[in-house]
Design a protein around this ligand. Structure first.
Ligand SMILES: Nc1ncnc2c1ncn2[C@@H]1O[C@H](COP(=O)(O)OP(=O)(O)OP(=O)(O)O)[C@@H](O)[C@H]1O
Length: 269
């Protein structure tokens, strides 16, 4: 893989620079020459239909899955040439995060903080603050195995933020999360982004992306089909409308599923 430094004439430095990324599973190209420049300090939404390649892309960008081809730089450092440097600067909340189930929420955060090399007193301070802000203090001594989906997302987010990363990657952070927990997560992410850090998250919920993000990338069939500031991608429409148009959603021709509905069982037995 080739590492190339960003051009010195670039006005706003990229937090993440992705060049011609490829990943095949068997004969299928899940990610097919995807290139993206994600601006530093932005709140970025990565949207695309099911199977578009969002999770595969995020996995390659965060050093969890090796690309077949292509380069990913995080603040100028090649993820696959120098993963240790990059991993110190990023936080990740992956989809279907596996956690140490037999630890309590508090123990999980303390363990994560020590793994990150933070001093014990700092780990304790940050752990208690994150538990309080994410409304987990009451359940801090419960085992992670007994956490609900929303609680798991919140403790995963706390673990991803503990070392105060420069860039935070979240794969579907709001999936399965109730409106109260979603509001709490949104508040923490907004606070984090307001301090100049970069958030990159994938979502299917266009309204949420519109509310939170100032920059959007639309992925389809393993490629980026639109990227830029939210308003330029929307082009005067809602993001939902722009998304459907960009993806080229097919109108139902009314032929299929003609048997469905009306409560008649039909003749086939
Ligand atoms: N480990 C794997 N083995 C085989 N195929 C895979 C694997 N991971 C992903 N794929 C395939 O790659 C394509 C992209 O999947 P990916 O999970 O990246 O999409 P996505 O945009 O995150 O989708 P969703 O929105 O449904 O989560 C899909 O066709 C999927 O079936």
């Amino acid at each position: 893989m080739q590492a190339s430094a960003p051009s010195p004439s670039e006005p706003a430095p990229s937090a993440v620079s992705i060049q011609e990324l490829w990943k095949h599973f068997g004969s299928q190209a899940a990610v097919a020459g995807l290139s993206l420049e994600l601006p530093a300090g932005a709140f970025i939404g990565l949207v695309g239909p099911n199977g578009a390649g969002k999770t595969t892309t995020l996995s390659m960008v965060t050093g969890l899955l090796r690309p077949d081809q292509g380069t990913v730089l995080v603040h100028g450092t090649d993820v696959w040439a120098d993963p240790v440097t990059v991993k110190a600067r990023i936080g990740i909340l992956p989809e279907g995060l596996r956690m140490f189930e037999r630890l309590s929420g508090r123990e999980l955060l303390q363990y994560t903080g020590r793994l990150r090399g933070l001093p014990a007193t700092e780990v304790d301070r940050r752990t208690e603050e994150l538990l309080a802000v994410l409304d987990l203090a009451r359940d801090a001594d419960k085992l992670v195995a007994d956490y609900s989906t929303g609680m798991r997302k919140k403790v995963g987010l706390a673990a991803a933020l503990l070392h105060n990363p420069d860039v935070l990657f979240l794969d579907e952070p709001f999936e399965g999360v109730d409106p109260v927990s979603a509001q709490t997560i949104r508040g923490v992410l907004k606070r984090y982004a307001a301090a100049g850090s970069t958030v990159v998250f994938s979502s299917h919920v266009m309204e949420l992306v519109e509310q939170l993000c100032d920059w959007v990338a639309v992925v389809n069939a393993g490629r980026v089909i639109a990227q830029g500031p939210l308003d330029s991608v929307r082009g005067g429409r809602s993001l939902h409308e722009a998304f459907l148009e960009l993806i080229g959603v097919r109108e139902d021709d009314g032929q299929a599923l003609g048997w469905l509905g009306g409560g008649h069982s039909g003749s086939a037995r």
